[in-house]
Design a protein around this ligand. Structure first.
Ligand code: MG
Ligand code: MG
Length: 255
């Protein structure tokens, strides 16, 4: 069931989204060579604390997970696509890092992710990251009243496939509201004009997850959380929480 949000609820979600943007900014700033992933999580926790927000990630335990998630951000490095657990791994120059963050403020959730390289980037990594953000932008541009979910999916898929990258199967975007995952789901590939009509008050997390080797498959780490490419290629993830309004898409997780 889709929960449409009132305009005042969207304003409240914007405040939660701003905290997510601050978390991602702090984590990215901290992500230099020699720093551990756990230290990025500590930087993120500090931002949440100062904002008076809680984490929808911490202790989250969906049916597939063997253990509750132990951190407030996901840190997915190189061939990790999503859901990486912040560990004692020390970042190195050239690592491709995706950070996914959430915040819950006054009962509303924001969800957003970025990808970037530590230090100088290999050209192919730059292309992968740029394509992830271009796919996100295309998905957001299609998130307008009068379109359908399939138009968002088609826009994302077209950018990813056009660049020759793979799209992680079985995972995609979702509704966001008082909880992190609501209906509807927002696949990263689809057909124009199909699926649920988009209406004023829908709030969606739009999140392309790309694999550099072009395969759509993934494998689980032994930790039961981290999802990696099957061919060892690198991956990138970009995400915003977006409100669909009569005035056009509104990004709620910008600074
Ligand atoms: Mg996310
Ligand atoms: Mg999400």
């Amino acid at each position: 069931m889709v929960h449409l949000k009132t305009d005042s609820s969207i304003e409240a979600m914007r405040e939660a989204g701003r905290v997510v943007a601050q978390v991602l900014t702090a984590a990215r700033k901290a992500a230099t060579a020699g720093v551990t992933l756990r230290e990025l999580d500590e930087a993120a926790r500090e931002v949440l604390r100062e904002a008076g927000a809680t984490s929808p990630f911490l202790n989250y335990k969906p049916h597939f997970a063997p253990t509750p998630f132990p951190a407030v951000i996901c840190t997915s490095v190189n061939d990790a696509i999503v859901h990486g657990i912040p560990t004692g791994y020390r970042l190195r120059e050239g690592d491709l890092v995706s950070i996914d963050a959430g915040a819950k403020l006054n009962g509303w959730v924001g969800d957003s992710a970025i990808s970037f390289t530590v230090g100088p980037a290999a050209p192919e990594d730059t292309r992968l990251v740029d394509t992830a953000f271009a796919a996100l932008d295309a998905g957001i541009a299609a998130a307008v009243v009068g379109n359908r979910i399939g138009d968002i999916s088609h826009a994302i898929g077209t950018v990813c496939r056009g660049a020759g990258f793979g799209i992680m199967e079985d995972y995609g975007g979702h509704g966001v509201g008082r909880s992190m995952h609501e209906d509807p789901s927002v696949p990263n590939e689809g057909k124009r004009g199909r699926g649920m009509p988009l209406r004023h008050g829908m709030v969606l997390a739009i999140e392309p997850m790309l694999t550099g080797g072009g395969q759509d498959t993934y494998r689980h780490d032994q930790d039961g959380w981290t999802l990696r490419t099957t061919d060892g290629s690198r991956a990138a993830h970009a995400e915003h929480t977006v409100a669909i309004t009569d005035d056009g898409p509104r990004i709620l997780t910008a600074l």
